[in-house]
Design a protein around this ligand. Sequence first.
Ligand SMILES: Nc1ncnc2c1ncn2[C@@H]1O[C@H](COP(=O)(O)OP(=O)(O)O)[C@@H](O)[C@H]1O
Ligand SMILES: [Mg+2]
Length: 243
Amino acid sequence: MDRPRCKTGIEELDAELNGGLPLGSSVLISGPSGTGKTTLCMQFLVNGTKMDEKGVFFTSSEPVAKLKKHQSGFDFFKEDLLKSNKLSIIDIWSISDRLGLSPERYTADEANTLFEVIRDITKELGAKRLVLDSITSLCYRLETKEMIRDFVFKIGASLAAMRCTTFLTSEIPPRSFKYSIHNVEEFISDGIFFLSDVERKGDLIRTFRVIKMRGIAHARTKFALNMSSKKGIELAPLLKSNM
Ligand SMILES: Nc1ncnc2c1ncn2[C@@H]1O[C@H](COP(=O)(O)OP(=O)(O)O)[C@@H](O)[C@H]1O
Ligand SMILES: [Mg+2]
């Protein structure tokens, strides 16, 4: 039997995934700075609100005010969504401070407390889509690979149980052949989307590829990822995009 799907609302991506993400899966959105990770995540949440699915965006890489300002440059992002609680943006470091957690390295107990708060907020909001941007900056506070593995695993498992689909972003250096700095997150996540840059005739072209998606058959086409104020992120097969 085919698994229930969560449509990203990005047409070419849903086609690549033969109808969308398996509902409740966790996907690592991996790529260097400026490749479109944050925007892809926000568009995924906003598209969800059009399907009556609430979204929550936990940010640890940009302060909330800056994130809103940057995303306001895209037509898809509407502040009204925040007022109506269809979309919530929450600063991870503010929560961490309020909980009195260590500002440097978390103990295993502290990491667990933060995980529980993220889970409880998501449940309370009734969110069906969650973004954690970025898992990389959070992982700097988790001392060992075991703690990172445990944290990412618990997030994935508890949100799957709530039928909430999750995007975790992973910051990697440019021209990297790794999907994460800590080499752990990609093994725990159900899927990996890889964003990158290629140089063509003096221009940097953004690229996108589905690397893995557990539980479904999917293609692995390399796409050109285009960003515009009017349409946000769009994908076009790289070979056909005249680039
Ligand atoms: N309104 C816009 N229209 C088109 N492109 C934009 C717009 N605003 C920002 N960008 C592009 O998006 C990039 C940032 O994308 P972002 O999603 O923040 O990437 P990442 O999270 O991977 O660092 C900017 O460097 C800029 O090139
Ligand atoms: Mg970003």
